[in-house]
Design a protein around this ligand. Structure first.
Ligand code: DQQ
Length: 518
């Protein structure tokens, strides 16, 4: 029930995954914010516990906002979070488990030396929040707090020797003009090769990622670069990365305030993100809940070094049931073919499309810099040469409603340009009260080498989460069909390009998760 937003303090501790999240115990709108708490052994089946952190002291009396967990080397977790004080100022607090031998860490205490960090006179006291997981290099711990200075996004850096007394570094870790407020900064190392994750304190031959959520545009972007802890403690964005609102995104759809953590049990880095509703506040009040956490994703560096890759955690496959396959399925121009025998409202689909001939791809106009605008212009029914081809998810039998997830291939100056769209324009017959954007992102693949491209989509009633080209471009959409629900939802593969495409489709009905111990 009720409202949830940002994932907070994800961590793994003694065999249990913990996820906290911003939660309103009193309704399905944002407000009265506490840290709700859920625990799991596999990040699929969860047990909801009592809220772990809620307003109780002067330093958080007006709200317990977002933050992160750090598991100290002696295996002791500490939470950092933002408290809203009696002046509505944002201060950074810490909390520790009351009893380390409680396997669920239900109760958290806020030591008396809180707050540990407050904005000084040069800073914006009402725009200073969301402390990161801390990392230690040499004798010093570090953490970042997100902020702004006028319209410059700021990632302030703090250092501590004892984890209690935190001092602001002379220079911020990073700052960017004209982005507006940074929220929920996340800073972490990635291995140069392979998909193994690194602990936040790992330092060596690796790269670092800085992600910020932009309050103004309500989406996030990340850059990959180098971190120099010994040289002014600076993060330097790598060559070729766009450092601003037009940068690379974890997700080109409805996905915000995300946060990663290192999972030492499987040596991987996991990404959590909040998916807001796209219906109206009165709909949320009526259904009694709003917001969800997207399926956790493993994240690592693409071998090219030019971007990250993401993939739904392997544990999600434990929900797979009935499986159907279409092998080498030809899709001629204008065809749509149903994937029958699965529960199309709750399904995991994995497809590889083969493109026999790229010659007929439409020319790419270099003025098309905005993927979402391009998808709005060239929707799933606008015939192209190579594509649009892909999936019609949550479709009614006669296609009065459908959410297409599809590729379109263009001929660019040097190589083919690939667009992935998740278009909610036709997702619902409902005319009013829904936000129906045509989310899209470009996919950095070399089709000229492979003539193949893959698409994995996880569908769950109102959620469509898509991973293009092995997790290079990801898009999450929220849609609210009226007809294509439960057993009346269908799944099709389609091709509206002039060129024939073939598809290898695997689809699995997905079961509902259970409580943690069942
Ligand atoms: N949500 C929290 C803030 C954060 C924002 C408040 C991002 O701490 O900046 O609920 O969605």
């Amino acid at each position: 029930m009720n409202w949830i937003n940002d994932p907070n303090g994800p961590m793994y501790y003694n065999g249990i995954y913990h996820l906290f999240y911003q939660y309103n115990p009193k309704g399905a709108v944002w407000g009265n914010i506490v840290w709700a708490h859920s625990v799991s052994k596999d990040m699929v089946n969860w047990e909801a516990l009592e809220p772990a952190i809620y307003p109780s002291e002067s330093f958080d009396i007006n709200g317990c906002w977002s933050g992160s967990a750090t598991v100290l080397p002696e295996n002791k977790p500490v939470i950092f979070y933002t408290g809203i004080d009696p002046n509505q100022y944002q201060v950074q607090n810490y909390a520790v488990p009351e009893n380390l031998s409680d396997p669920y860490l239900r109760k958290w205490v806020k030591p008396a030396d809180n707050p540990i960090v407050a904005a000084d006179e040069t800073m914006n006291k009402t725009a200073f929040r969301d402390p990161t997981t801390a990392w230690k290099i040499g004798g010093h711990w570090r953490m970042v707090v997100a902020s702004r200075r006028k319209q410059r996004g700021m990632a302030y850096l703090y250092r501590s020797r004892d984890f209690r007394k935190w001092i602001k570094a002379k220079h911020p870790l990073h700052s960017v003009p004209n982005t507006g407020m940074f929220e929920c900064a996340d800073f972490f190392p990635v291995s140069l090769s392979g998909d193994t994750g690194l602990d936040n304190s790992a330092f060596g031959p690796n790269k670092h990622v800085l992600k910020v959520s932009l309050d103004l545009t309500r989406y996030e972007y990340y850059t990959i670069g180098s971190y120099f802890p010994e040289a002014r403690d600076k993060y330097v964005v790598g060559k070729g990365f766009v450092d601003g609102w037009n940068g690379l995104r974890f997700d080109y759809g409805n996905f915000y305030a995300s946060k990663t953590f290192f999972d030492p049990s499987k040596n991987r880095r996991i990404l959590w993100g909040w998916t807001n509703e796209s219906d109206a506040a009165q709909d949320d009040a009526q259904k009694g809940w709003a917001g969800l956490q997207a399926i956790p994703r493993k994240v690592w560096l693409d071998p090219s070094g030019k971007q990250l890759l993401q993939w739904p955690i392997e544990e999600i496959e434990t929900l797979r049931g009935q499986n159907v396959q279409l092998s080498n399925q030809e899709l001629k121009s204008g065809e749509h073919i149903e994937v029958k025998g699965i529960t199309a409202a709750q399904v995991d689909v994995d497809i590889t499309f083969s493109i026999p001939n790229l010659d007929k791809a439409e020319p790419f106009d270099p003025s098309w810099t905005n993927a979402q605008d391009l998808c709005g212009l060239k929707g799933s029914t606008v015939q192209g040469g190579v594509g649009p081809f892909g999936l019609l998810t949550l479709a009614s039998e006669k296609l009065e409603e459908y959410t297409p997830v599809f590729f379109r291939v263009f001929t660019g100056l040097y190589k083919h340009v690939v667009l992935l769209c998740s278009d909610s324009g036709s997702s619902s017959l409902r005319k009013e009260g829904l936000y129906k954007p045509s989310f899209a992102g470009f996919v950095d693949v070399d089709l000229d080498d492979t003539y193949k491209i893959s698409l994995r989509t996880l569908i769950d009633h109102s959620v469509v989460e898509s991973f293009g080209a092995g997790g290079k471009t990801c898009i999450t959409s929220r849609v609210y069909p009226l007809v294509a629900v439960f057993d009346d939802a269908h799944l099709f593969v389609f091709n509206n390009g002039t060129e024939t495409i073939t598809a290898d489709v695997k689809a699995w009905s997905m079961a509902k998760p259970d409580k943690m111990n069942n």
